[in-house]
Design a protein around this ligand. Sequence first.
Ligand code: ADP
Ligand code: MG
Length: 479
Amino acid sequence: MSSLAAAVQRHDPVSSGGSDGLLAEDWLHIQQTLKLKLGEATFKSWIRPLALHEFSAGTLIISASTRFIRDWVRTNFLDVILDVSRAQNAQILAVAIIVNPRAVTENTDSNDRAFSNGHSNTLGASSETDANRSGIEKVGALLDARYTFDNFVVGKSNELAYAAALRVAESEKASFNPLFLYGGVGLGKTHLMHAIGWHIKKTHPKRKVIYVSAEKFMYQFIRALRYRDTMSFKEQFRSVDVLMIDDVQFIGGKDSTQEEFFHTFNALVDQNHQIIVSADKSPSEMEGMEERLKSRLGWGLVADIHPTTYELRLGILQAKVDQLGLECDNSVLEFLAHKICSNVRELEGALNRIVAHSTLVGREVSLAMTQEVLHDILRANDRRVTIEEIQKKVAQHYNIRITEMHSAKRMRSVVRPRQVAMYLSKSLTAHSLPEIGRKFGGRDHTTVLHAVKKIEELKKADFNLSEDIELLVRTLRMS
Ligand code: ADP
Ligand code: MG
């Protein structure tokens, strides 16, 4: 039994009261939160194999099955585990990690395969029990068959990245070195890298290409250090023609890996071998990265992928529907392109869900069905409206100047629109009354409250006003 659970039974002052299972439950929540924060893959490799050991004197002690996992988690995740644990249970003041070989480990990452030679490539926490104890494993990942240039829909937001990727894939010598692709999540960085890989594999099968996520690069490096086999690690990377490292932002803050990455990088560039790197930020914005590495990353071509436009989203949906050979009304695609603007991954997810639903229940894809099946996603994607947008739209609607929203004028012609804007700010944004007051020329929260009440009241009796408001809400949500 954990000491916290024991303390709970003894009514010790450290306990928060509750049942025996309290800490176990906390641990479950902590793990769930970490899964959300770190993503499925990291969670599976590093967090899931950890076990709750005990709680003692404000310290949450967790155990790992091997020293290797302990060290890795300690270096990379202890901070976030502590943050999440504290938020979960205020009694947790510190987190410690120990080795307990009996702790459960579960790790089957069967998707990882070496791309260059097709060997199985088990990257994971159970490394110490792996049959392959020689240390170095082949690095690389099998390329996703769907991620080709043919399947990539080009629009304004990604045309530069696309053109650069294609150029790199087509040229035998290093063109822009490195090619640095950056952009928000789900906008096609990984897709383009795989596409480069496929293209080279097809046109120049002899060229050695490695695609690896930065996380795996780090993992392999640490593993090589552990087995004192950094030579073959270096050899492996330095002998490739094209090296692609995805999501390099993860290398930030990890000094020894950065150092190694930097050397590998220089060695390859010196030999005129192509490097392609992706990240969620531009080189200069990368946190925890050494200046010399940042500047080196920016040497070649830095191509950013912007958020998608409506046209691109529609194009992607149409391409996807064609690929799948689906019958789907255009109005459904237009609706989705309009509503799901976050990123392409979510857009695809939404379409897949509709298709799955329609096949399962044998229902035709229609607009009504789409709305029904996706109601949760649609709600999350409802546009976040800002107070500034509200002020602008309302001012336009009533034909007053936007400065009147902040002014002290009390004429009815400006007071009413101002009140409408305050009312809309309260109902369409998550801002508090004082915050709203501040955005309206530093007015008091009671003024805002009064405006909200006033409009609610008037709306009931004044048909014109209620129509105005409905129209404003609609345009604000749509724009
Ligand atoms: P990132 O690596 O930038 O987070 P991904 O490359 O994983 O994004 O893209 C997420 C999903 O969206 C993938 O399934 C990818 O095929 C798809 N996708 C992104 N952009 C496009 C595009 N322009 N055309 C077709 N599919 C795309
Ligand atoms: Mg990616």
